[in-house]
Design a protein around this ligand. Structure first.
Ligand code: FES
Length: 363
């Protein structure tokens, strides 16, 4: 829809198809433009006069970084809710062979399995990370405070036959993605079937263990997001499991394909662990990226992206790095980046964002 089309209909004009980043000042009231005609976007300059539109007042209770909607079609006014992605057919594309992109060199040298790009962004090759062993658990640190994260840690586990020790990280949310194997996940006093292609949620204060009755190891990525303080540097293993289970939230798993997929122009994603399971700040999703390179963008949340299938290239300001199945991309908040899928079938990725409830929102 063009600007003129929007103005000629009943809807608002669309100043742009993405949000405006803004730092709120505590105690200040902002008047967000709803007609789209203001010359002072995203705020009102009085241009709505004579139309049916009125600005939306928003009083900031605290300092915060926010994204004001720029397309004027959000359902969470005045802030972006990702609706802008579906106002056009395509997510947008950047030409990987443009002269500017051709000049961007590839990072080639890994340090302890990690390819470092700009900022604190890196691509970790899971199979190349140092491995430690506790009882029947072989594990690697993928993301931690020591690797540059502020809000989340991630560990890769391979659990051999038998029940693992009790595992906990501290006060916060734990999210698992099982990629292979079958068994049970014991959370406090409860037991859940555990299967591949499923996301699981362990609430603050709960311990868990993984029970494998087969010879094939259970392989999973375990993310931990602390309620306060720093990301965990390593899991804590104990002989016995605390029986505490938070009964207020009895459902703890979502299988891939088990819930609605959200369309995002020519992309789509399914939410796995999110607020419907009780996770208020952390969101896990699985998505498909078609053969393409997204335009450079940023998020307000910190993100870990596991490449489940396909291959591609991760681009930051002036470096790029190849990615393929088994890699994990760590993206600090506000890091400019673009992910390109180079396989004809595209790429399937599983992400964990924190703090965030909607992987649809970018700027
Ligand atoms: S800019 Fe309007 S919903 Fe994102």
């Amino acid at each position: 829809m063009s600007n003129d089309d929007a103005v000629s209909g009943d809807g608002p004009s669309i100043p742009r198809y993405k949000p405006y980043y803004y730092k709120l000042v505590a105690g200040k009231t902002y008047f967000w433009c709803t007609c789209g005609r203001s010359g002072s976007q995203p705020f009102c300059d009085g241009s709505h006069k004579g139309t049916a539109f009125e600005p939306v007042a928003y009083r900031a209770e605290a300092e915060a970084e926010v994204l004001f909607c720029g397309c004027k079609h959000t359902r969470s006014a005045p802030f972006c809710d990702g609706t802008h992605n579906n106002l056009s057919d395509s997510y947008g594309e950047d030409d990987p062979d443009s002269p500017a992109n051709r000049d961007i060199p590839a990072a080639l040298h890994r340090i302890e399995g990690r390819l470092h790009l700009n900022g604190r962004c890196f691509v970790a090759r899971t199979a190349m990370l140092p491995v430690r062993t506790d009882s029947n658990v072989r594990w690697s640190t993928v993301i931690s405070g020591a690797t540059g994260a502020r809000f989340q840690s991630q560990f890769y586990f391979e659990v051999a036959r038998g029940e693992s020790p009790a595992i906990h990280f501290g006060d916060g949310d734990t999210v698992l993605l099982v990629v292979a194997g079958r068994g049970t996940l014991e959370i406090g006093s409860r037991s859940f079937d555990l299967a591949a292609d499923t996301g699981y949620y362990v609430r603050p204060g709960e311990d868990f263990s993984i029970n494998n009755a087969a010879d094939e190891p259970i392989r999973c990525y375990v993310s931990f997001c602390p309620s306060v303080g720093e990301p965990a540097e390593e899991p804590h293993f104990a002989e016995s499991r605390n029986p505490y289970f938070d009964d207020v939230y009895p459902a703890r798993s979502v299988a891939v394909g088990g819930t609605e997929r959200h369309k995002m122009a020519d992309r789509s994603f399914q939410l796995l662990v999110d607020k419907t399971l009780g996770a208020e700040q952390v969101t896990q999703f699985i998505g498909h990226i078609p053969l393409s390179k997204a335009p450079t963008h940023r998020h307000l949340y910190e993100e870990a992206l596991i490449i489940l299938s396909g291959e591609g290239c991760m681009w930051t300001e002036d470096l790029k790095g190849e990615v393929s199945a088994g890699d994990v991309i760590f993206l600090p908040a506000k890091q400019p980046h673009s992910l390109q899928a180079t396989h004809p079938d595209g790429m399937v990725v599983a992400g964990v964002i924190y703090p965030g409830v909607n992987p649809d929102i970018n700027f």
